[in-house]
Design a protein around this ligand. Sequence first.
Ligand code: PAF
Length: 276
Amino acid sequence: MDICKDVECVRAFVNIRKQQSKTIGFVPTMGYLHEGHMSLVKASKSMCDITVVSIFVNPKQFGPKEDYSKYPRNLERDLKLLEEAKVDMVFIPDVDTIYPEGFSTTINIGPLANVLEGAFRPGHFDGVCTVVTKLFNIVKPNKAFFGEKDYQQLKIIQKLVKDLNLDIEIVPIPTKREEDGLAMSSRNTYLNEEQRERANTIYKFLLKAKEAFENGIKDTDKIIEYAKAVLDVDVVYYIKIVDKETLEEKTAPSKYDRILIAVKIEDTRLIDNIEI
Ligand code: PAF
């Protein structure tokens, strides 16, 4: 497995493979890898000749009061997992490589970045879009793999690619869950045993909401009211049922809409979603 720390190294690696007509699959990550990330790697390996993974905790997508400095990191373990998965190359830039002195460009994709997560985390998706655009330009993949766990991010990246005519196929991958249903996330590591127990009520809530819809309740407020009794969290930032493409809020949902939730348990912010 090759390891690149700068842009020239990635370009040299990719250019050789492109000259050999190899297809490049790309999995951007912030590290602290879990089975969710590894399912993206697996998909890339099955669909592309070469798989490139990036590990970069992107400061631009964290707000001033968010967890950038304490975000979990374990590069040694990550590299071992990627080596075992037979990834071809890992890009591990430092902050100055991605944002050298004088860097000043921001990618803002418009209103889709200001709702749901964006309403609570101003600038978050500008940071995501900026770094992902840079990574796409450095790695030049044919396909890039994103998890449905970050559903709004997935839709925003699809829009970014469409709006900017980037010649990259975005491949969505279903959420990987723990046995009790909790969506896998690097942030789950912040939870102690008691909080971890409460965190599994998020998925229980989503399933209950789906059950309500399937049982004929077709009003968003009533669906939430029906399901909320199972939810044991400290703060609910939002629960919304939205159109699966436009993310427009639905008061009277229909099949294939998506229910999204963001909550806090003690100090840990968690998100999840499923198709209703
Ligand atoms: O989903 C993530 O881990 C990050 O938002 C991403 C896409 C790697 C950009 O930093």
